[in-house]
Write a protein that binds this ligand. Structure first.
Ligand SMILES: [Zn+2]
Length: 190
């Protein structure tokens, strides 16, 4: 095939900046390709539900200055400041399925926390979220809690202003939890 036979290329080649802008302008489209305020016969209520993969408020990246990049509301997409403004409600952009999974996990951690010395403290890394520290026989373990999941924990788990993390990572946390599980099975009868 020669260049002259290639009809897939437009004679107009957009600049890289124009390509980037076109992608950003598509960010509010629903999975059927309709902009959020527009009618969409396939979305509920006949109106585009928008982009569930990157809803307004979802953090999608980081600037060269280590500050967050957030999806703005559709009407603010040409406002530079809006791309760098975190949502007022950090849970507003959460995926409902992920929220449900967090709550399921929180129920099990609440049970664990009810059996071992534990405290709940505000999370320093996610505004509005909490961390539960559980002190097991093999060492400290911790999990993030969504704001709405703290209610699953009994009052015997103290709410404190801050707590010292011992530096354990996720792998170490689950080694310690495995040790708790093994220790718990000794002498267990069902
Ligand atoms: Zn749609």
């Amino acid at each position: 095939m020669t260049d002259t036979a290639d009809t897939t290329k437009s004679p107009y080649t957009p600049s890289p900046g124009a390509v980037a802008l076109a992608v950003l302008a598509d960010l509010d489209r629903c999975i059927h390709g309709r902009h959020k305020p527009d009618p969409c016969g396939s979305c509920p209520n006949g109106q585009s539900a928008g982009n569930g993969f990157a809803p307004p408020g979802r953090r999608i990246g980081t600037t060269v200055h280590a500050e967050g990049i957030y999806v703005p509301e559709a009407e603010d997409r040409y406002d530079r400041v809006a791309w760098h403004t975190p949502p007022a409600d950090p849970t507003a952009s959460d995926d409902p399925a992920l929220t449900a999974v967090y709550r399921e996990r929180a129920r099990l951690v609440a049970f664990l926390a009810s059996t071992l010395p534990s405290v709940i403290t505000p999370a320093p890394d996610y505004e509005g979220w909490f961390i539960v520290y559980v002190n097991g026989p093999a060492g400290q373990m911790s999990w993030h809690l969504a704001p709405g999941d703290v209610d699953l924990f009994p009052d015997t788990v103290a709410r404190v202003a801050s707590w010292e993390w011992d530096g354990h990572d996720t792998d170490e946390k689950y080694r310690r939890l495995d040790a708790v599980t093994r220790a718990s099975t000794e002498g267990v009868t069902l």
